[in-house]
Design a protein around this ligand. Sequence first.
Ligand code: GH3
Ligand code: MG
Ligand code: MG
Ligand code: MG
Length: 307
Amino acid sequence: MTSFHPENFSILIVDDVVDNLEVISIMLTEQGYYTLKAPSGQQALVEARNALPDLILLDLMMPDMNGLEACRILKADAQTADIPIIFVTASDERDHLLQAFELGAVDYITKPFDCFELLVRIKTHLELKQVRDELKQALAVVEKLAATDELTGVANRRYLLEIATKEFERAKRYGRSLAIVMLDIDHFKLVNDNYGHQVGDRVLQQMAAVAAETLRKGDTLGRIGGEEFIALLPETAPSEAEEVAERLRQKIANLAIAISPEHNLQITVSLGLSVHLAGDVTIDAIITRADAALYVAKAQGRNQVVS
Ligand code: GH3
Ligand code: MG
Ligand code: MG
Ligand code: MG
């Protein structure tokens, strides 16, 4: 776990009594925390959304909007939902305590509070938040790795098929167009045989990079086999998809891959294009047609698009 540095944390203090705001703010600032202050429930919502503090100390009884209501709104907003909230209140009603925890508060401290106890609790909740944030980041990295083809950095087969299935369901439900382009490098075995596997790997990397940058933002490029890729094109009509496929073919054909100071290598790809048709029950139907079209492109002499 990363060590704890108060100066890395901002704490939003919410209290309708300005003196309370000041006293708590001075106490926290002395510890090194960065503080923000809100004198009302409404202000608290604005500050929380703007500053996304690491923790909120929330008064319960306030005239404009009570703390429980503010807590409910903060927890309902995805942006602020994960900010830990500690109630700091003069109310010792059991019902308030119960509601606060039910709404998702992490702690409940009654006024007048013991400064030392408040600081210890704040530190504990910030440490817990730090661990949660680190876990979230680690999970995002793992998810990214699990979806990525190690050699080329584009989507791997599993992730491409997962996205393709989702896009297919969406296209089917809303009657949208969806196209698939299957690419396969021509005579790639010769590249490996003539220049070695390492050069072959570099060809795959550069080809994938060029193909990826040729596609639009909503498109997904995935490596589904050794030298076989799929470009998934949502919301793309047949004529547009043909243009995309042709652009991919040209860009890849024009790619000069430096294999020595005086020698560049060029490659071509064959492409099979298919689009979502009314009768398709699964994404496999579209992929099978793209594969068949690719086979025809190979048979007709390679370096071409077949629909
Ligand atoms: P075609 O034009 O008919 O597609 O011919 P091809 O030689 O490209 O097709 P074939 O399927 O016979 O050969 C594919 C080659 O791709 C064989 C394999 O060694 C190579 N290959 C597959 N994965 C990798 C990889 O990760 N790195 C490298 N360097 N080569 C790979
Ligand atoms: Mg109050
Ligand atoms: Mg090939
Ligand atoms: Mg192949």
